[in-house]
Ligand binder design. Structure first.
Ligand SMILES: Cc1cc2nc3c(=O)[nH]c(=O)nc-3n(C[C@H](O)[C@H](O)[C@H](O)COP(=O)(O)O)c2cc1C
Length: 483
């Protein structure tokens, strides 16, 4: 040890030769004299220009710099989890790139009565602890933080994330590392003084964007208990536009069992009751929407069961899907045998199959959010044509960086313009065509069918629902004004 220290001191105090002037680290370096003022001027101008150019490219999320330089360098130099952490920290710092372009109106669609400017969301798992909401909220239109567990927990031992570059895929077995409800809640609340204007309509605090909170379950909690999810609804309900009930991660033992009919019925009844008993949010004057996130590994009858439970419990939407435990035989990458959930390009066929089965078993008013292997505009449109109202990305964002959402949006617009249609029209057509229409007998006078009556009743119900929300909000504002 002493020998090492002596060697370090020797090298620190060894004279450095710079322009024939002897110095060590603690003496001042003699100024480097340029050959001439002209050379110095050229160097300085080149430096300023290249720094300026780099900054312009860097801060613009559309720049190829991110996809073709920064991301490959990160991949070559750092392991998957470290790169992930750095990306979150950069976006958290406010020094992340921004998307400077206003969304094209071809991308506009409606979700639960909100007009949403584009259909691309960022899936759960990127910003697990809500650290970078304000850095990411500019990029996709739906930012989903989590999964968050009630108590802090470390997740599985490392390494637990693996790139499969030859397959455009990732395998992860993170196992819900989470800072827990209390820490993430205080972080979400800390944003308020910065952005609150009093006129918010969204908990994201950004017009046109939605903040979703993905709820997970602690590893130590009993497998069949719904308490962690109910606690999540109570904790994050007032601070989110959407709450996602995640029963589909393959990395928490027993979690996927909650997708079974009986367990799911108890869970979804519990969380809807918890949500309905919340007062309207002090931010948005509304209660959050509840969305279920399912696995792509369910068979037809399991999906039918899930659809029936959803219809009976008042869940507002479904995300299809989480990662898969399947391993297609065509995978090439060395890490293909790692345990965990596979995401990215190889899961697209599984997800699309699950989505189509679910769409056929759900009525049109329950939206499905497609997620799995989407990396370009064509993928996104394929989901819309299969009956998804919007889509989410994760693995392609991990590989291609912050410009991914903008690139996908631009590609969608190009196709929509060529086809003379809009995202909303494509969604309406596929949802109308593929959704469940319960076959019921004709009414006696033959003027209309029971189906029509049901549709009208559903429409009326929606209007009453909206009216209820508005009255809630008026009541709420009156109470706030009076207090
Ligand atoms: C590294 C990693 C971590 C993830 N963590 C979560 C999570 O905490 N909660 C969750 O619901 N989904 C999680 N997911 C699943 C994604 O949200 C998404 O459903 C899945 O990756 C499929 O989309 P993709 O093919 O675009 O990646 C994670 C995915 C990856 C790759």
């Amino acid at each position: 040890m002493a020998a090492l220290r002596q060697a370090a001191c020797r090298s620190l105090f060894r004279p450095l030769k710079t322009h024939n002037v002897s110095r060590n680290l603690f003496t001042k370096a003699s100024p480097i004299r340029p050959e001439s003022p002209l050379t110095a001027g050229i160097y300085a101008t080149a430096l300023v220009l290249s720094t300026g150019l780099f900054a312009v490219y860097y801060f613009d999320a559309r720049s190829a710099l991110h996809r073709y330089v920064i991301m490959p360098v990160l991949r070559q130099t750092l392991d998957a989890e470290t790169s992930h952490k750095i990306a979150v920290k950069v976006l958290r710092s406010g020094l992340g790139p921004k998307d400077p372009v206003t969304d094209d109106e071809h991308l506009m669609f409606e979700l639960w009565g909100h007009r949403i400017s584009n259909p691309i969301g960022l899936a759960a798992g990127f910003d697990k602890d809500g650290e970078a909401i304000d850095g990411t909220v500019f990029l996709p239109v739906w930012v989903e933080i989590g999964s968050i567990t009630p108590k802090p927990q470390p997740g599985n031992p490392k390494p637990r994330v693996f790139r499969l570059p030859e397959d455009n895929a990732i395998i992860n077995r993170y196992g819900f590392p989470s800072q827990g409800h209390a820490t993430v809640l205080s972080r979400v609340r800390a944003r308020l003084p910065k952005f609150l204007t009093g006129e918010e309509t969204k908990a994201s605090l950004r017009d046109g964007s939605l903040l979703a909170v993905n709820l997970g379950k602690n590893k130590e909690s009993p497998a069949d208990s719904i308490d962690d999810f109910v606690a999540g609804v109570r904790t994050f309900g007032p601070h989110s536009d959407v709450l996602v009930v995640n029963v589909s991660s393959p990395n928490t033992p027993g979690l996927r069992g909650l997708q079974n009919k009986v367990s799911l019925e108890a869970l979804l009844t519990g969380v809807t009751q918890a949500r309905d008993s919340l007062p309207p949010s002090y931010l948005t004057s509304q209660r959050p929407r509840l969305v279920l996130k399912i696995a792509p590994d369910l068979d037809q009858s399991q999906i039918e069961d899930i659809a029936n439970v959803i219809k009976n419990t008042g869940i507002d939407g479904v995300i299809v899907s989480n990662t898969t435990i399947q391993r297609p035989s065509h995978l090439l990458s060395a890490s293909r045998t790692e345990n965990g959930g596979l995401s990215g390009l190889p899961i697209k066929p599984y997800t699309l199959t699950a989505l189509k089965t679910l769409r056929a078993n759900l009525p049109p008013h329950i939206p499905i959010i497609g997620c799995g292997g989407i990396s370009n505009g064509e993928d996104a449109l394929e989901y819309a044509r299969a009956g998804a109202t919007m889509v989410q990305v994760y693995t392609s964002f991990g590989y291609d960086g912050v410009g991914t959402c903008r690139r996908i949006k631009d590609q969608i617009v190009e196709t929509l313009q060529k086809e003379g249609t809009t995202w909303a029209e494509i969604v309406k057509k596929s949802v109308d065509e593929y959704s469940l229409r319960e076959e019921l007998p004709e009414t006696r006078d033959g003027q209309g069918t029971v189906n029509q009556l049901i549709e009208e009743a559903q429409h009326l119900n929606k209007l009453l629902d909206e009216l209820g929300r508005k009255m809630d909000s008026v009541d709420h504002r009156t109470v706030v004004a009076a207090s």
